[in-house]
Every structure is written in structure tokens, then in C-alpha cells.
Design a protein around this ligand. Structure first.
Ligand code: GDP
Length: 303
């Protein structure tokens, strides 16, 4: 199964608790629904999602004239997916890649969330698919970020355009775009510095980077992916909200799902921010990055 490894912790706390709840209650009554709601909120699915799911299960009870919780247990996954997809965001969670020419993906997010690692993993995936991939180390702010990206580049056999530490990130992007164009690359992944401490600076920096890209590729960047760390729970939500105010985020990379029991945060983010989760990080290894797929994910929560 796709999320077997990454969702272990969430499954142990949330999935097992849910299964226990459904087995323990002999009748569907108010106590049952109350405990259900608590369990959902405890898994960080967010208040709204907890209420919506409980309500839709109440309806299901009426519809089926169900007496026992076990009679409605089989629809939970379906209802979770319904709630996830009812948000009006593009249901297609796939990364928007160009059929022809260069696809540019800009990565934003605060340090430590797993930005560099995710870029490295994605570069490796695309390379394995036979695509020509270029990385741009435009996080010139954090000490070590450039070298770290270079290590990932080596690991996946992908070239990295780099400038000097402390240099102008837009200059690195300029060089990368130029190279990508001249040498017919398929994909350019850009690492940026994510300093939320100074929102105006960050906004200006990202705008400048975008202008540099658009001089050569007017419809780019094709994705602006915000990387957030699932283990930080509600903090990830706060960060996502702030980045959304700073730049046009098109989707999320939710990392370190393997390190948390609160995988339900996926639903909270979707519900509150109306942003699709496009990729999930499920470990530190090069292959531990998966496309997000709501149904598989919901199945993975309960198995
Ligand atoms: P950046 O500062 O945002 O570029 O973060 P890094 O890419 O350097 O990652 C910070 C730490 O998180 C590193 O130790 C990574 O190995 C780790 N990390 C990144 N993604 C994942 C993930 O999906 N699961 C786990 N367990 N660790 C991760």
C-alpha cells in the first residue's frame, strides 16, 4: 500500500481508536457521536472536518435506519474523501507540468520543514521518469542550504545551479532559467529561503524571482509549492496561512507524516486554507515522497 510506512503512527493512534470506538458501542446514540467527534478532533483533522464528518454519518444512520455503529463504518472513508473534495479546489492534485517546454516549480517554506529534501526526492523521481531536471539553489540565506542541495543533486544525478552564500537569489534564478532554456531542460526546481520573520522582504524577494522567470517563460512558475512539516501540527496551519498571504501558493508539500500521529492535518489544511496537498513526505529516504491521493490516504488511515 502506498502510504503504509508513512501513516503508521497516525494509524496506530487514530485508526485504531476509531476501530475500537465502532466495536465498543453497541448502539448509535449521542454518546457515540460525541466520542467520534472527540476522536476526530484529537487526530487534528480540524474542528470543521470533525463536525462535517460526524454530521454526514448522522445522516447515514437515518438513511440506513442503522442501529449499530458497524453498519455505517464502511462509509467513513467515502465520506472523508467527499469532504476533502468538496472544497472547490481543483480535484486534480497532480503537479501541473507542461506537455511541452520547461516546467518551473518554485518551493517556499520556512527552514527545517524539509524543503531541500523534498526537492531532492522530486528531482530524483522526475529523473527516473526520463526527464531532464535542473535545480536552482536560490536559498542563499541559510548556511549550508546550497551545499545540501548540491548533495541531493549528486545523489540523483541532476545538475545544480548555485551562486554564492549571501548572494542575490534572483541572480541564481536568472542563471538557472538561462541554462534551462539554452539546454532544453524539462523541469526546473527552485529552492528559496523562507524567512517569515520579515514578510515584506520575503514578498519582494519572491516577486523578484518570479519576474526573472517570467522574462523567459511568461506562464511560469507553473507551481508554487509550500512545504510544511506535519509534525508541527497547528503550527503548520499558521505558517500556511502566512505564506498564502505572502505569495500565490498553488499547493502544499506536507512532510514528515511518518513522524506524527496527526496525519489528519491534511484535512484541516484543505478545509481551512482551500489549498490542495500535492505531495506528502513519508520518510528521510530518497523514495519517501508520494503524490497525495485522497482515497488512498483515507484508506491508509484505517487499515
Ligand atoms: P529545509 O531546511 O526546509 O530545506 O529542510 P531539510 O530538507 O534540510 O530537512 C530538515 C530535516 O527533515 C532533515 O533532517 C530531513 O532529513 C528531514 N525530513 C525531510 N522530509 C522528511 C520526511 O518526510 N520524513 C522525515 N522523517 N524526515 C524528513
Amino acid at each position: 500500500e502506498k502510504y503504509d510506512k508513512g501513516l503508521e503512527k497516525t494509524r496506530k493512534s487514530f485508526g485504531d481508536r476509531m476501530n475500537e470506538l465502532f466495536a465498543r458501542f453497541r448502539r448509535v446514540d449521542e454518546d457515540f457521536f460525541e466520542e467520534l467527534e472527540e476522536t476526530l478532533i484529537g487526530a487534528d483533522v480540524g474542528f470543521d472536518t470533525a463536525i462535517k464528518l460526524t454530521d454526514s454519518l448522522r445522516q447515514e444512520v437515518k438513511l440506513k435506519n442503522a442501529k449499530k455503529p458497524s453498519q455505517i463504518q464502511n462509509v467513513i472513508i467515502e465520506k472523508l474523501v467527499d469532504i476533502y473534495e468538496a472544497e472547490g479546489v481543483d480535484e486534480n492534485n497532480k503537479i501541473n507540468l507542461q506537455d511541452d517546454g520547461l516546467s518551473v516549480i518554485l518551493f517556499v517554506g520556512v527552514n527545517g520543514t524539509g524543503k531541500t529534501t523534498s526537492i531532492g526526492k522530486l528531482a530524483n523521481q522526475y529523473r527516473n521518469e526520463g526527464k531532464k531536471v535542473l535545480l536552482a539553489a536560490a536559498d542563499t540565506f541559510r548556511a549550508g542550504a546550497i551545499d545540501q542541495l548540491a548533495v541531493w543533486g549528486k545523489r540523483s544525478g541532476v545538475e545544480v545551479v548555485r551562486g554564492n552564500a549571501g548572494g542575490d537569489p534572483a541572480a541564481v534564478v536568472f542563471d538557472a532559467v538561462d541554462k534551462a532554456k539554452k539546454e532544453n531542460y524539462d523541469i526546473l526546481l527552485i529552492d528559496t529561503a523562507g524567512r517569515l520573520q520579515n514578510k515584506v522582504n520575503l514578498m519582494n524577494e519572491l516577486e523578484k524571482i518570479k519576474r526573472v522567470i517570467q522574462r523567459e517563460f511568461p506562464t511560469a512558475p507553473h507551481e508554487v509549492l509550500l512545504v510544511v512539516d506535519a509534525t508541527t501540527g497547528q503550527n503548520a496551519l499558521v505558517q500556511a496561512r502566512q505564506f498564502k498571504e505572502t505569495t500565490d501558493v498553488t499547493g502544499l508539500v506536507l512532510t514528515k507524516l511518518d513522524g506524527t500521529a496527526k496525519g489528519g492535518i491534511v484535512l484541516a489544511i484543505r478545509n481551512e486554507l482551500h489549498l490542495p496537498v500535492k505531495l506528502v513526505g513519508l520518510g528521510e529516504g530518497i523514495n519517501d515522497l508520494e503524490a497525495f491521493e485522497a482515497n488512498d490516504f483515507a484508506v491508509g488511515l484505517f487499515k
